[in-house]
Design a protein around this ligand. Sequence first.
Ligand code: F6R
Length: 593
Amino acid sequence: MCGIVGCVLKNRKAAPILLDCISKLEYRGYDSVGIATADDNGIHLKKDSGKIEEVNNKIDLGEMPGEFGIAHVRWATHGIPSKENSHPHTDNSENIAVVHNGIIENYAEIKESLESEGFVFKSQTDTEVIPILIEKFMDKGFDLEESLRKTVEMINGSYAIGAISKDNPKEIVAARKDSPLIVGVGDFDFFIASDAPAILNYTNNIIYVDNGEFVVLNEEGAVIKDSDGNIVDKKIEVINWTADMAQKEGYDYFMLKEIHEQDQVIRDTLSEKDNISEIVSKLDDINRICFVACGTSYHASLTGKYLIESMAGIPTDVILASEFKYSANALDDKTLTIFISQSGETADTLKALRRANKTSKTLAIVNVLGSSATREAEFVIYTRAGPEIGVAATKTYISQLVCIYLFAAILADNDEILNRLEIIPDYILDVLNKEDEIKEIAYKYKDAKDFFFIGRGLAYPTALEGALKLKEITYIHGEGYAAGELKHGPLALIDKKIPVVVVVPPGNGYDKTMSNLEEVRARGADVITIGPCGVEAIKRESKDSFCVNNEVDEIIAPLVYVVPLQLLSYYVSIERNLDPDKPKNLAKCVTVE
Ligand code: F6R
């Protein structure tokens, strides 16, 4: 989704710093970019559609006067990507500039009413009503902060807003409802931003702004106020993420770097064990678990259902967050609802969390420190993956799985699984050492139009995740299916040259999955098998295969078998000359429903 940044600096120009910060947020949304600064001569504005690098080459975004300003990367919701629709947006007198992440649901009626009063709109965006409303209130004599307060009273929807005015030197006012907003507190420089990676080059001291709060940022620092204008005493949290963690460090793309970090991410996430034990000790009376999540986090949740039901015998459901409100859910105080989210800001997931908080115990498994889900759920487990910049989730998926394995094993007193988790990083390193084999397979299948991914039991969510990664970053249609379900319909689609990726770890499901492999092979499909090393039948029956250490059985396979699938999508994307870090139409953090 869109990303916003703002800064008030001491004795240095804001534009180059804003450009640096916003480029760290490009992963959130990227169809347009813009910066507004201000000085004695008024507001200075540069913006256009396109990636930051392209726009910067054209109009030199870092070259603007003024020691304070705001900036934005856009992920279009209302209005096509274009210069006019790019943020910042200004009022009619061009004295005020605004950046916004979120959606103003009642913008059409506000726009109509403002137009009838003579105000003119230059864009098709919902956002433009904000600077014009602020202008209207400032014209009536209210100051910038008051005018923003009055503006947000009129709008429905979600927002993180940053506003500047030429009449308020070195001041940024900001407001938040349902879209993320943080404040960065440096020694002499102060920031607002959608998330921490944007400002890590400048400060690690973060204040998390809550829903309904306002921020006034100036040379003295940051003041946070509640909706009635009272100053709120907020804690400054020092986060241990470093700017380096959000750099490519020699890799061509963040996605590849993040895939390669997975062995270390597992070691780091295993440190959550004591926290998880403590949480489990408070859950004596639960008799049902319900996972709620979207996308990749949903696939981690599906793995959780298989693990918890088989290890701990507790009935477990998995619900897509966007579907949660359409069923009665039957939650009660003996239900634990587990929310899995990399960002902790996904709108669908947060809505469901708020609903579940009313009737059940809630636990959030989240990567982004201090994000909304971590502040609203009763219990929190952190996935220790560090900042993930590639839009396609990889290392955070692995870390979600580690938390789920720890949770299920502790719930079931299963020391064997707890011990086996320690060895997973080595199995992942084995896979990464054979990366070139996957690269070759990717080269062969780069022009395919459709892929199938099949697996059984715990390998089924892995197959779904493999298909999702492929769709996201290669734009090839990929369908994940339970291997035994193919014959109930989709087998009709299988014919010559459709690549079918068969995920077949050793264990109970092995023989039956191998039979399903034969079914697709008999229909002419090109079978690519991910299975255990040293099995002659796999080599013989497959067009291509990649093997994983045969100690990795079906119980722990989700933590290892997904890695070759991530690499397959990555290299197909590279072969197709695409940018795997920034797939079209997608955003890292989806803050709209
Ligand atoms: C896929 C991907 C998305 C997210 C989904 C949920 O690679 O990243 O499917 O998993 O948008 O996001 P979070 O986990 O932040 O709630």
